[in-house]
Design a protein around this ligand. Structure first.
Ligand SMILES: NC(=O)c1ccc[n+]([C@@H]2O[C@H](COP(=O)([O-])OP(=O)(O)OC[C@H]3O[C@@H](n4cnc5c(N)ncnc54)[C@H](OP(=O)(O)O)[C@@H]3O)[C@@H](O)[C@H]2O)c1
Length: 227
């Protein structure tokens, strides 16, 4: 399948090679492809520069947000919270309409340092902001509650015995995403929370996730719902 991923950070860099390995044709979207491909500084986490990453992953295409959106039959949003709406505007409605967007982004406000707060929440969410602005795009909030390495390999933690959540307004789009997460990444427990307003809950969970990260000194932490 042709897949367009918005974002060249850790999420894009982990999801894209995994999807290529699975046989998909993947394009990462970025603001300025030439500048991104020329980056030779390490990222904020000390990971190798994007140019080095791309030399090691030459099958991953890199284009503008509009090119990645046009490329993808399925789309994923791995841009920063503040960058998400600008990235989607740059992608253009005609490249988005009618498609599914797996929205992985979190509305983190890092302006006051660590731990970040959320710049939208409680009565609204980034997922809803995206859905409101692009009503013909089928937004499915998913994967935003785990580290990128867990997204593509849930078995890396607790043999995969933990949960991932989806929410969105279109039932068929959610079923497609649930099937995709199970068949491609090996998720066993996918909880369908309901409409996109449930993104308030999974984005809000970041307040707890960030503190678990700090407490346990590892991003490899997630939750299992016990009823
Ligand atoms: N890292 C994780 O393990 C993880 C886990 C769960 C959820 N998330 C969420 O996933 C998203 C991506 O995280 P990340 O760590 O991969 O990278 P990130 O640093 O949060 O985001 C990087 C991407 O955001 C884009 N961006 C930043 N400002 C922009 C703007 N003003 N307009 C358009 N695009 C802009 C960048 O575009 P350029 O390519 O042009 O620089 C880049 O592609 C975030 O929302 C994060 O909260 C991350």
């Amino acid at each position: 399948m042709n897949i367009g991923i918005f974002g060249t950070g850790m999420v894009g860099q982990v999801l894209a090679p995994k999807l290529v390995e699975l046989g998909h044709d993947v394009m990462l979207g970025t603001r300025n492809p030439a500048e991104t491909l020329a980056r030779n500084e390490k990222d904020n986490y000390g990971n190798p520069p994007f140019s080095e990453w791309h030399q090691n992953n030459p099958k991953v295409k890199v284009g503008t947000f509009a090119e990645a959106a046009a490329h993808g039959e399925l789309l994923m949003n791995g841009t920063s919270g503040h960058g998400s709406l600008p990235a989607l505007r740059a992608a253009g409605e005609r490249n988005l309409n009618g498609k599914i967007l797996i929205d992985i982004a979190n509305p983190l406000d890092l302006s006051q340092g660590f731990p970040p707060s959320l710049y939208v929440g409680n009565t609204d969410s980034l997922g809803e902001q995206i859905q409101r602005e692009f009503p013909a795009l089928n937004v499915v909030k998913a994967l935003n509650t785990v580290n990128a390495f867990v997204m593509v390999n849930p078995a890396i933690l607790g043999n995969g015995d933990h949960d991932i959540f989806v929410s969105g307004n279109d039932a068929q789009a959610k079923q497609t995403v649930i099937a995709f997460l199970k068949s491609q990444f090996g998720w066993k427990d996918v909880i369908d929370f309901g409409d996109i307003t449930y993104a308030r809950a999974t984005e809000g969970y970041l307040a707890l996730w960030i503190r678990m990260y700090a407490q346990f000194q590892t991003p490899m932490v997630t939750i299992k719902v016990v009823k």
